[in-house]
Design a binder for this molecule. Structure first.
Ligand SMILES: [Zn+2]
Length: 434
């Protein structure tokens, strides 16, 4: 291709936007966004409790390890700094949560469906809050892992130096005391090339990607290459938006009129659905990062700080917090298998499929196999047909009723019959060593 070919393709594609197709199911997206947003909110509220407990414990000499009691050692000063870092992260998390709430569809009609339209500002707020989330939490997790004087000095002094360049006199006076002014003056004697390696500062991993690699290695997660790439890709994608790149501005600032869709809740627009799809993806990546990287890093940092019996208390609560988030996140967009009596599919009966999330989906005839999923959690259903009237089937997770069989539901059985079935199941599992 020549340079003119390239410019032509840009002129044709980035000047007149085509209308975008709705790619996912809006109702499922809204449910899943609500579920994960609630989960992360719960996770952050739990972190608030941990932060306050850690703040108290750091103040108590008898609960910290020897180095943290010695004011000639850097550790001593981290007793103030670590709770402050966590508090900063909670502020960033709160903002992120407020920008990743599900759309409010109450009172939406064909007349006011435009309220759901997503503009440049909406995209920019969502993606910028994601950028702040991933950027701050990676930088802070890096500091929490190192607990090293020069590295923390570097991060704070670089930030102070930028802040002081433009801030107002009153803010500066309120924030900077003589000691911090002296530190900043000392930093200003360094030339730019010395910033990351001097008598007062150090930064061995300046780039975002280097910090991510460092964190994954430190947590022994080097095999999670896909997730590592996902984090780096979110960073690159959000840079495009935050720095007002050509593609993101073009994509989000079109005033093209849209087709109106509708589902069982209200009318909606394709742009609303596309926006929710992006929101869900970002929310899922961020929540995974919070549970798999941030919380374990915090735990390692506490291990370096507190004496064993205090550490154990934090270990129990942080491990529970982490596993609940990971397990609950897995319930979205899952795959489930159902056993079903042969002949039921394509009959005239409505087939009730109760998902693991508790929602019963009424699958209407004609039973379209391409369209079989849970409206609440987005999980896909796979059906395995069984001949005759088989009753219950023994699976590795217990006796399960074959849908359409003439036997009662397992939960409706008498206690005696339940015990009898469970005994049969146990024997079968033993026999087959399952
Ligand atoms: Zn479900």
């Amino acid at each position: 291709m020549t340079e003119i070919d390239i410019l032509k393709s840009i002129a044709e594609n980035l000047s007149e936007r085509k209308s975008t197709a709705a790619l996912n199911n809006y109702e499922v997206l809204c449910n899943n966004i609500k579920y994960v947003n609630d989960l992360l909110t719960w996770g952050v509220n739990s972190l608030r409790i941990v932060q306050s407990q850690a703040d108290t414990a750091f103040k108590n000499d008898s609960l910290v390890l020897a180095d943290f009691k010695d004011n000639t050692k850097p550790h001593f000063y981290f007793r103030n700094i670590v709770p402050r870092i966590i508090l900063n992260d909670i502020s960033v998390l709160d903002k992120f949560i407020s920008y990743t709430e599900p759309d409010n569809r109450q009172g939406i009609t064909v007349g006011n469906v435009g309220k759901l339209q997503k503009s440049f500002t909406d995209y920019n707020n969502l993606v910028t809050s994601a950028r702040q989330f991933i950027d701050s939490l990676v930088a802070d997790a890096y500091q929490l892992t190192l607990l090293e004087a020069k590295s923390t000095n570097y991060q704070v002094l670089v930030s102070l130096n930028s802040f002081s360049k433009y801030t107002t006199k009153s803010i500066r006076q309120g924030l900077f005391n003589a000691a911090i002014e002296n530190s900043l003056n000392e930093f200003e004697t360094l030339n730019y090339n010395q910033w990351a390696n001097s008598h007062i500062t150090k930064c061995a991993h300046k780039n975002f990607g280097d910090k991510v690699d460092f964190l994954f290695t430190n947590l022994n997660l080097t095999a999670e290459t896909d997730f590592k790439e996902e984090i780096k890709n979110l960073f690159k994608f959000s840079s495009e938006f935050t720095h007002i790149g050509y593609v993101s501005t073009f994509f989000t600032s079109s005033d093209i009129s849209e087709v109106i869709f509708t589902d069982s809740i209200s009318p909606y627009l394709p742009s609303t659905e596309n926006f929710s799809e992006l929101k869900y993806e970002i929310l899922e990546t961020a929540t995974k990062f919070y549970s798999k990287i941030y919380l374990p890093t915090l735990l390692n940092s506490f291990k370096k700080s507190f004496e064993p019996s205090t550490f154990q208390i934090f270990e129990t609560s942080l491990a529970q917090l982490q596993s609940k988030i990971i397990e609950n996140l897995k319930t979205r967009n899952n795959q489930y298998y159902f056993f079903i009596k042969q002949g039921l599919i394509a009959s005239n009966s409505v087939i009730d499929l109760t998902c693991m999330c508790g929602t019963t989906n009424n699958w209407q005839p004609p039973h379209d196999l391409a369209n079989i999923y849970c409206k609440c959690c987005g999980s896909k259903f796979n059906l395995l047909e069984i001949e005759g009237d088989p009753g219950y089937i023994m699976t590795s997770s217990g006796p399960i009723k074959v849908i359409g069989s003439s036997v009662p539901d397992f939960d409706d059985l008498s206690p005696e019959r339940k015990v009898e079935l469970l005994k049969q199941w146990e024997e079968l599992m033993k026999k087959n060593k399952l």
